[in-house]
Write a protein that binds this ligand. Structure first.
Ligand code: FAD
Length: 510
């Protein structure tokens, strides 16, 4: 975009799930939108979640019924709109008689089944754990359990798809672009932007600003131009809570996820991950450092291994941990007395008023699951200052790649395999999980493996790397290997370096 000034209706600060979802919704309502993300899309919390589209069974204990209902209802909307990156996942909850009593779990599951309507997802049930078909999975004291359904999501791809949806509707997506300063100027906002790669600076103006900077949302608010802040109301406080995950070789052969109650009242998930791995998480640790430099501590890793060790006969050990990642939950401070794990995961839309400028709308808290509803709430708030905005539209429109008849992913893979018979089916099925109905755009005229270009390993070919750079704003090997895909887990260090060298050769663009 260089140093030219540009005028927009709406500037969205932050390219996590909330910023990308808001940009898509606003662009679809006819606003000229600019989205600025200082790192890569989903470079912060939105690629470090547990990757669940879920109501959050645990929040029922905190009487957070509104949040659970809202989140439960969203599961089938996202299943329908992005069937390639969202799919149903059954959870097994082993009953631990010394923790929550059986009646309490049954009551919770009854509510979970009935708080929102379901068409595709099954209901909850009880079972004997040996009926799962792996009698050596659980320690012998765990004999009974419960099951229920939620959904899996590829969190960072969900962000990219929303950015693509926004761009398709005319939004300008600026990655590696930090909003450094905001100043009121003639009834608009003037934003100073800086390119994090080459330090180029330029300004844009926008009638409205939405602050979706996640863990940095309070910093963005408090940093808004000195002239403006004199007239600003005091903003709400954000509480930062770190959560970590570990990845280990798959701990069981079931296709189910495990939800394990810990004796501190928290729960730990063991989720099937990337075929040959299990994803274990998470922790809840109060955090007051730089959210950009968050790593899993040894204590957190021990905590998760111990929680799993209580249940499994052959639990993973420290040396089995192949990868760990952390994120910072930006929770709004509704009640300073609440602990990190009981603080609400719901979102707050906060409007700050300034002298001589339109209000700035900040989104605080929230979940991947509720991003679409959050975007609608932001639009509702915006409409107070921008009357005549078009109506809500995102509930029934597939995200890019989600355009499949009947949202039937298996049928889509059949059809794709039929149309490219010389490409291995396993390769096409994995590609379809990343790109859905955009596979044809990724593959172009390639009909045979030899046409896919260089093979970096594990099914990652030059053709797809070029697509990530060209169509999905990827600029580095990190973007490609850990966010656009999870090939980082499947490639060895040499192969990962080869991807980095290749991207360098291309100069970060295809
Ligand atoms: C451990 C953990 C597990 C979770 N599990 C789940 C789950 O299973 N399901 C679920 O629904 N939710 C889950 N969540 C919650 C969910 O991940 C978050 O609510 C969500 O990702 C927050 O998205 P966001 O867009 O608000 O923030 P972020 O993803 O952090 O995005 C904010 C972005 O703003 C950018 N930014 C900041 N300042 C500027 C600036 N000045 N200029 C430009 N860009 C800027 C940042 O770089 C960042 O990318 C989990 C959270 C954690 C931490």
């Amino acid at each position: 975009m260089g140093s030219t000034n540009k005028e927009f209706d709406l500037l969205v600060i932050g390219g996590g799930i909330n910023g990308a979802g808001i940009a898509a919704d606003a662009a679809g309502r006819g606003l000229r939108v600019a989205l600025c993300e200082k790192q890569d899309l989903a470079g912060a919390t939105s690629s470090a979640s547990s990757k669940l589209i879920h109501g959050g069974l645990r929040y029922l204990e905190h009487y957070d019924f509104g949040l659970v209902r809202k989140a439960l209802a969203e599961r089938e909307v996202l299943l329908r709109n992005a069937p390639h990156i969202v799919w149903p996942l059954r959870f097994v909850l082993p009953h631990s008689p010394d923790l929550r009593p059986r009646w309490m779990i049954r009551a919770g599951l009854f509510l979970y089944d009935h708080l929102a309507s379901r068409r595709v997802l099954g209901g909850s049930g009880a079972l004997k754990l040996d009926a799962l078909g792996d009698s050596s999975l659980f320690n012998p004291q765990f004999r009974h359990g419960f099951t229920y359904w939620d959904c899996w999501v590829d969190d960072s791809r969900l962000v990219v798809l929303n950015a693509m949806a926004a761009a398709r509707r005319g939004a300008t997506i600026l990655t590696r672009t930090r909003v450094e300063e905001l100043r009121p100027a003639d009834g608009r906002w003037r934003a100073s932007l800086i390119d994090e790669h080459d330090s180029t600076r330029w300004d844009i103006t926008a009638r409205f600003v939405v602050n979706a900077a996640g863990p940095w949302a309070a910093d963005v608010l408090s940093g808004i131009g000195a002239e403006a802040s004199s007239g600003a109301q005091e903003g709400p406080r954000l509480r930062l809570v770190k959560g970590s995950h570990i990845v280990v070789p798959r701990v069981h052969e079931l296709s189910d996820a495990l939800i394990l109650q810990n004796d501190d009242g928290r729960i730990v998930f063991v989720l099937p991950y990337e075929g040959q791995f299990s994803l274990i998480g998470t922790t809840d640790v109060p955090f007051d450092s730089d959210p950009g430099a968050v790593v899993a501590s040894e204590d957190e890793i021990d905590y998760m291994l111990k929680a799993v060790g209580r249940y499994l006969r052959k639990p993973p050990k420290r040396e089995d941990v192949v990868h760990a990642f952390s994120g910072v939950r930006p929770l709004y401070e509704e009640d300073a007395g609440k602990s990190a794990s009981t603080a609400s995961r719901d979102y707050l839309i906060h409007t700050s008023h300034f002298d001589g400028a339109t209000p700035v709308i900040s989104v605080l808290g929230g979940k991947i699951t509720t991003y679409r509803q959050l975007a609608q709430s932001v639009m509702q708030e915006l409409e107070r200052y921008c009357p005549g905005l078009a109506g809500a539209w995102t509930a029934d429109v597939p995200l890019p790649g989600g355009e499949m008849p009947g949202a039937d992913f298996d049928a889509f893979v059949e059809q794709l395999a039929g149309s490219r018979p010389a490409l291995p089916r396993e390769f096409l099925a994995a590609l379809a999980r990343r790109h859905g109905s955009l596979c044809d755009e990724v593959l172009g005229s390639c009909r045979e493996v030899a046409q896919l270009g260089r093979h970096f390993g594990a099914g990652l070919y030059e053709q797809e790397v070029r697509y990530f750079l060209r169509a999905e704003w990827a600029r580095t090997a990190q973007d490609v290997l850990w966010r656009r895909s999870k090939f980082g887990l499947h490639l060895d260090p040499q192969q990962r370096q080869a991807v980095a060298d290749f991207i360098d050769e291309l100069g970060g663009c295809a």
